[in-house]
Ligand binder design. Structure first.
Ligand code: NAP
Length: 709
């Protein structure tokens, strides 16, 4: 790194780097391979109450001045800054035992989370500060009283307590949604890898783009922190179930406490996935990856391999072969090492204790050994490394009836390169075994048989946050059993912590309060920035002639009526080839319960609506990129007439372009003013437009890909 890790790791509080006074008591953090001191951790004398106060005042204010899109763009800048320096982060992570391949999960995974939220934030959230949830609920017959749900950000601090195994990804998967929601973060990394968290925070600080108070880092213990938390604050904990249980009790009522804890995840080899099938090969490959990536220190790693009894020997043989062929245990600084040490010698001892407990309950070590392995050292020599935290990958086999297997296999988490092998005789038995984990983050199933998959889905989904079905088609592209993706739920029921708040926009909404808001159309329009049916409208000039600088929600165009003839219907039918009987056969159409006789095509009406509302000359409306929520309500017969009312409903200027999105409320009516169809028209509109020159927008949309983005 640009800055060497120093004697005492600094914290970042109140927008400044902070270190305890010299001589403060501290904890040494050691290199996982060599036992050398990397740094010391201490927060002796830190003002945690002041840090929380800073977040609630300065952090809330600076984030509150930004829209979702502006925050999303900052996340992208952070991702770019980290990408530029990821090699340094890889190097630093080696000291914690991570190989470069491991860092692809942690460092690149963390950066990927930022990019994903940067993109999702701009695609799935409005360029605003509140988020509207679900449709409008009409609450009075005449439309004068409406209700809808509005999400607004929590007023407090997101305290993020992270586990040691993913100092970047694990932290950023919480920071990104909190930031996007507009809630300041106080990050508390785990001691053994706190120096990696300090490094990424330092890179973000260096960008000069962190809004004041939006991110603070406490590099060490946080005694008394919970005493200062209350309504409006959140705690997002990742770590062991026992720590979670203790902290949950300390959280005051009103504090949103969520936990992602340990999990005895399962991976089922389907009865059809016998040796020789692509599913068997994919299963073995995945088992190897899960055993050895991060030396098995992944909350999502496979702890229980559940396989047909007849396939147990084949699985053991195949895995042994793969380990012999592929796995080189050693110091990640040495060329060729594929599996590093555990994070610390304490963690190694913990894992060996867990293995001993599994052995006592009947497990036989059938792959690997509990002996300290010879390892490849940084200097290229091979031999013992007593100061390092090395263990060999291990599999313990359990025999006997599935129902009689000891509780320990479903209960004891050996947080290292260790898995148990459990035999089953029927798919139902396999499902029972999965469920005995008491709630897991993930279960994977290798099968090409949809009936096996359907049974396991029905029987085990309630016990899992995520299910991965692996077959020959998705095996090459699957993101893998152990890799949560920022788009999908990360968390799990029961023992896994009960969380499902991480992953996708739901993670952002978790940092916000959903409130039902009731009022008149005019009031809801004013409060939400989205036009509601029944609110005032304005028809001074065709809205297609207005650039974003001029366009306001409520700007409206109402067309004249247009007659519908049988000739029109026939022409459209033959032109498009849509000769469906409801348009072409009077008798058959009349026999249909929904139509009085031949009716106009819905798509003809929508096309006519466009013809009725467009203003055709070049203008600020650049493109139509879709329709949403289209509903045909009343059939239209020859002899009827139709007209359209188009109203600007929501205006979302893009931060980085000279145009933005406009959502139009479209209502198609007949001559009796009955609603024929309703939908939203989605367009891109220039921010400025020079009518005199029939000029072009200041900058044209550069990429076709941006349309519809
Ligand atoms: P841990 O010992 O429970 O520690 C987790 C975090 O809690 C650390 O930052 C730790 O800080 C902090 N902590 C401990 N006592 C605290 C207290 N009294 N007040 C405030 N913070 C406190 O877990 P770990 O050893 O770091 O991580 C390994 C475990 O995490 C495994 O069981 C693994 O399954 C689980 N895990 C789960 C997930 C998931 O998403 N479900 C992800 C990763 C890991 P110190 O280090 O400074 O004590």
């Amino acid at each position: 790194m640009e800055r060497e890790v120093t004697d005492i790791l600094e914290s970042y509080v109140r927008d400044a780097w902070w270190a305890p006074d010299a001589g403060a008591s501290s904890v040494a953090v050691l290199d996982a391979s060599t036992g050398e001191v990397v740094t010391h951790v201490s927060t002796s004398g830190i003002d945690l109450a002041g840090a929380l106060d800073h977040a609630r005042t300065v952090g809330q204010a600076s984030l509150g001045a930004l829209t979702f899109h502006q925050r999303a763009l900052l996340l992208k800048e952070f991702a770019v800054a980290l990408t530029a320096r990821k090699e340094e982060l890889y190097e630093l992570s080696k000291r914690a035992g991570a190989t470069v391949r491991d860092s692809l999960n942690d460092v690149d995974g963390g950066i990927g989370v930022l990019f994903t939220y940067a993109s999702k934030g701009r695609r799935e959230l409005p360029n605003a500060q509140v988020y509207l949830d679900g449709p409008v609920e009409p609450l009075a017959k005449d439309g004068s009283f409406l209700g809808r749900h509005v999400y607004s950000r929590l007023p407090g601090v997101a305290v993020q307590i992270n586990a040691f195994n993913f100092p970047m990804w694990g932290a950023l998967e919480k920071f990104a949604p909190a930031f996007l929601a507009g809630v300041p973060s106080l990050v508390k990394p785990a001691t053994p890898t706190a120096y990696i968290a300090e490094a990424w925070v330092r890179i973000l600080v260096k960008t000069g783009r962190l809004p004041a108070g939006s991110l603070q880092l406490v590099s060490g213990p946080v005694p008394g922190l919970f005493d200062h938390l209350g309504l409006g604050d959140l705690v997002g904990f990742t770590g062991s179930a026992s720590t979670a249980a203790g902290l949950r009790e300390q959280a005051a009522p009103g504090v949103r406490f969520t936990s992602e804890t340990d999990s005895i995840n399962a991976s089922v080899l389907g009865p059809d996935a016998l040796p020789g099938t692509p599913e068997f090969d994919a299963y073995i490959k995945q088992l190897l990856v899960e055993l050895t990536t991060k030396a098995g220190q992944k909350c999502t790693a496979i702890r229980r391999a559940i396989v047909p009894s007849a396939a147990v020997d084949a699985v053991v043989d195949a895995l042994r072969g793969k380990i012999a062929e592929r796995v080189v245990v050693g110091d990640p600084h040495a060329e060729g090492v594929t599996m590093g040490p555990l994070v610390s010698r304490e963690q190694r001892d913990e894992v060996l204790r867990a293995v001993a407990a599994l052995q006592e309950s009947g497990g036989r070590v059938v792959v690997g050994s509990t002996d300290a392995p010879d390892v490849l050292r940084a200097d290229g020599t091979t031999g013992p490394a007593p100061d390092g935290a090395f263990v060999a990958p291990m599999v313990l086999a359990f025999d006997g009836d599935a129902a009689a297997l000891p509780d320990a296999v479903h209960d004891v988490e050996a947080f290292g390169p260790v898995a148990s092998l459990l035999p089953y005789r029927s798919v139902d038995e396999a499902a029972d075994l999965v469920g005995r984990g008491g709630g897991s983050l993930v279960t994977s199933v290798a099968t090409a048989d949809p009936s096996v998959a359907a049974t396991l889905l029905a029987r085990t989904a309630a016990y899992n946050g995520r299910l991965l079905f692996l077959d020959r088609d998705d095996a090459p592209t699957s993101t893998g059993h152990g890799a949560p993706v920022p788009h999908l739920v990360h968390g799990g029921p029961g023992r896994a912590g009960g969380g499902e708040e991480l992953g996708g926009i739901r993670a952002v909404l978790h940092h916000m309060q959903r409130t039902a808001v009731q009022g008149s159309p005019a009031m809801l329009t004013a409060l939400t920035g989205v036009w509601h049916q029944g609110a005032a409208s304005r028809s001074d000039k065709h809205p297609f002639r207005k650039p974003l600088a001029e366009l306001r929600i409520g700007d409206q165009f109402a067309s004249p009526l247009r007659a519908v003839t049988l000739d029109d219907i026939e022409t459209f039918a033959h032109f498009t080839g849509d000769l469906f009987y409801a348009h072409m056969d009077e008798e058959a159409a009349a026999a249909n319960p929904f139509f009085p006789g031949r009716v106009a095509h819905g798509y003809l009406l929508v096309s006519w609506a466009a013809g009725l509302f467009v203003d055709p000359a070049p203008g600020p409306v650049l493109a139509n990129y879709g329709l949403e929520n289209l509903r045909f309500v009343t059939p239209v017969s020859p002899g009827d007439e139709v007209r359209v009312v188009l109203t600007a409903k929501q205006i979302t200027p893009r931060e980085t372009d000279e145009y933005g999105e406009v959502r139009w409320d479209a209502v198609l009516l007949n001559q009796r003013d009955e609603i024929v169809a309703t939908y939203d028209v989605l367009t891109l509109v220039a921010k400025t437009w020079d009518e005199v020159d029939a000029g072009r927008p200041a900058s044209r949309p550069s990429e076709a890909a941006e349309v519809g983005a």
